[in-house]
Design a protein around this ligand. Sequence first.
Ligand code: GLY
Length: 352
Amino acid sequence: MEKIDNKVCNIIIDNSYKNFEENLKKQGNYDLVLIISDSNVYNSQGHEFIKHINARIVYEYIVSPGEDSKSLDTYEKIIEYCVRINLSRKSVIIALGGGVVGDLAGYVASTYMRGIDVIQVPTSLLAQVDSSIGGKTGINIGNFKNIVGTFYQPKFTYINVDSLKTLSEDEFLSGMSEVIKYSIIYDYEFIDYLIGNSESIINRESDKLYYIVKKCASIKAKVVEADEKEGGFRKILNFGHTFGHGVEKLCHISHGEAVSIGMNMAFKMALREGFIKEEYCNKFLEVCEKYSLPMNFENADEEEVLNIMKSDKKNSFSKINLVLPVGLGEVEVINTISEEKILGIIKESKNA
Ligand code: GLY
C-alpha cells in the first residue's frame, strides 16, 4: 500500500481491499455506511469489498450500469433511500464503481443534508486514473453532460489496482486513452514506457498496472492541488475531451474511445498550426495503435460535432477552448482557433 497525499487529495494505492477498513477507521466513527455501486461492479467486486468492512450497518444502493444513471431521477431515488435508512451527517457514502457511480455518489454525498462524507473506491481504469481524484461530481440533465455538479473532495480515494483484472478487454483498453493523456499533458517519457511495456500492460500484469495507475494518479493529484476549482491549469486534463465530447454523444462510443479520437484531432490541429513536429504525431499514433484505440469517427455529421463542442461548459466568452500539444509532454489551452479551422479538422477525422 502507498499513499499520495497533498493539500487537496488523499489517495491510497493498493492491490487488494485488505487495508480499506484501517483507512476508514481513521476517518472517525461512522454510524452507517451506504455503498453506491452499479450491478456489474457489484456482482464482480461487491462481495470481496464488503468482506473488508467490519461491524457497521452497511446498506447498498445499486444502479443500472451506464451513463443514464447519472440522472435527476436516479439522484432523487437515492436521496429518498438515504432518508428511509436514516443516513445522517455521521454516515458515509462509498462510491464503488467507475466514473458514472463516482460522479453520481459524489453528487449525492455533496448535497444530502448539505454534505456528508464520501469515499471513492474506483474500479475502472478511467476512474482510477482520473474521475475518482479531484472532487468533481455531477449528473446530466437532458443532453447536457455534468451540467449540474459540485467540487467536493472525497475523504480519500482507495484504489485497488487488482480490480482492473475483472474489466472486459474493451473497457480496459478504452481506459488506456486517459493513461496516454497524462504522457502528453505532463510526462513525455511516460509515452516510451507505455509503448515499451504494452504487452504486459495489456496482459494486466500486477506490477505494470500498479506503476501506470500510480503515475497517473500522482500527476492528477499535482494538477488538482495546483488548481482545485479549474480556474486555469486544471483545464489541461481536458486534453482530447473537447473534440471528443461531440463524437462521444453522436457516435455512441465509449468515453475512452472518444478521448482517443479527440486527442488525435488535437494533434492534427497542433501540427497544422505549427506547434509540434510530425515525429511527435507519429509517436502518439504509435502508442494508440499499441492499445487498439480508434483515431477517427464515423456515422456523425461534422457540423453537429462542432455544435456540441460549442456548447461545452468549459468554453468562455463564446470561444471554444482547445487543449493542444505545444511541445513534448506539454499542452496549452488555446481559444483563438477559428470555427472554420476546427470544422476542417473534424471533417478530416471522419472515416469515409
Ligand atoms: N476529469 C478532468 C478533471 O478532473 O478535471
